[in-house]
Write a protein that binds this ligand. Structure first.
Ligand SMILES: Nc1ncnc2c1ncn2[C@@H]1O[C@H](COP(=O)(O)OP(=O)(O)OP(=O)(O)O)[C@@H](O)[C@H]1O
Ligand SMILES: [Mg+2]
Length: 332
């Protein structure tokens, strides 16, 4: 059974203007997003800034109510659960943020931060907890001496290790990583990515990995979902996305990839997208039509469905090869 299934997830935010904050429009931040994640695997969510990645993450963690759809964690629908009903799942689903400094309490030592989580798992007594803190620090490659130090005493990479240790302190099964390396130097990024991979192998963790860097996603992810303005444009096993990208947007992203060695490369034309103002998201037709190098008339009139075009390979594009018979899945 999949550890996580997201079905037709939807979130629209009101756009408010003026002193009375009247609603003048809606940002269709997430539109019918569906994903499936097998235990011990990683699904990558990629796409330009503002395409809805964090909104999906916040809904998976039940930090933000969905406007529609279902989120099944180990078969249980956790959408809209009250705090009390969500409690058994809170520990199992954790998040690692982009900015570990912003997410760690600056007035708490590393030991205090990790103790909080350990207390939730029922680790009893100071001695037991002390041992577990050392074990957690060891897991993320930090010395036991970090225990009495404060977040500001560490480098960005070390702080992210502490952020990961904090997530692991409650023994989760699923970790949502929201751009966990984007704020770090390229050399440090590789260390953290390798750490995440190593932890997955050792602990059997499942990851939802959010990034705008396809190189990182290619290294870590088993499946990749490419998002554009709230919709999944392409969804497939990672090697299919890299070797046989079928959506024009995926091809734009691949062409804009920086060189994995130097981190330098062509300007990330497709990535550094504008914050999508509602006016820029077409209300009719394909959402990518404005930027699409391959659009034709039909794209203006009607938005394509996400269709199965190969072995677990889904694409939302009129130009993609014809789907296997009867395999349109409007939900994906
Ligand atoms: N609380 C909110 N109220 C109104 N609009 C919001 C809110 N949160 C997000 N949005 C809008 O929803 C869209 C998706 O935002 P989201 O943060 O999910 O994008 P993202 O893909 O995570 O971007 P980034 O790569 O910059 O982190 C954006 O247009 C954003 O402005
Ligand atoms: Mg985000």
């Amino acid at each position: 059974m999949d550890i996580l299934r997201v079905e037709n997830l939807k979130k629209h935010f009101p756009v408010r203007r003026g002193i009375f904050q009247r609603t003048v429009g809606w940002v269709r931040a997430v539109e019918n997003v569906s994903l499936a994640l097998a235990p011990g695997k990683t699904i990558g969510l990629v796409g330009e800034s503002g395409c809805g990645k964090t909104t999906v993450a916040r809904m998976i963690l039940n930090l933000l109510p969905a406007d529609g759809g279902r989120i099944l964690y180990k078969g249980n629908d956790i959408c809209g659960l009250s705090d009390r009903d969500m409690k058994p799942f809170r520990k199992e689903i954790q998040i690692v943020f982009q900015d570990p400094y912003g997410s760690l309490n600056p007035r708490m030592t590393v030991g205090q931060t990790l103790s909080e989580g350990l207390r939730m798992t029922g680790a009893r007594g100071r001695t037991g907890r002390q041992e577990q803190i050392e074990r957690l620090l060891g897991l993320v490659g930090m010395a036991p001496t970090a225990v009495d130090r404060y977040p500001h005493e560490f480098s960005g990479g070390q702080r992210q290790r502490i952020g990961i240790a904090r997530a692991l302190s409650v023994e989760p099964a699923l970790v949502v990583c929201d751009e966990p390396v984007s704020a770090l130097d390229v050399s440090i990024q590789a260390q953290i990515i390798n750490l995440l991979k190593d932890l997955q192998d050792r602990l059997g963790l499942s990851y939802v990995f959010i990034s705008h860097d396809l190189n990182v996603v290619g290294y870590l992810c088993h499946h990749v979902a490419v998002m554009y303005k709230g919709q999944i444009m392409e969804y497939a096993p990672a090697e299919h996305v890299f070797e046989n990208p079928l959506h024009p947007y995926t091809r734009v992203l691949l062409a804009a990839r920086p060189d994995p060695e130097s981190g330098k490369g062509p300007p990330a034309a497709g990535l550094e997208g504008e914050r999508p103002e509602p006016a820029l998201t077409p209300t009719e037709g394909c959402r990518f039509q404005i930027k699409c190098p391959e659009k034709h008339d039909r794209c203006r009139l009607l938005g394509p469905e996400l269709a199965l075009v190969g072995d677990d390979h889904w694409v939302r594009c009129w130009q993609a090869p014809p789907p296997a018979s009867g395999s349109y899945y409007s939900g994906k």
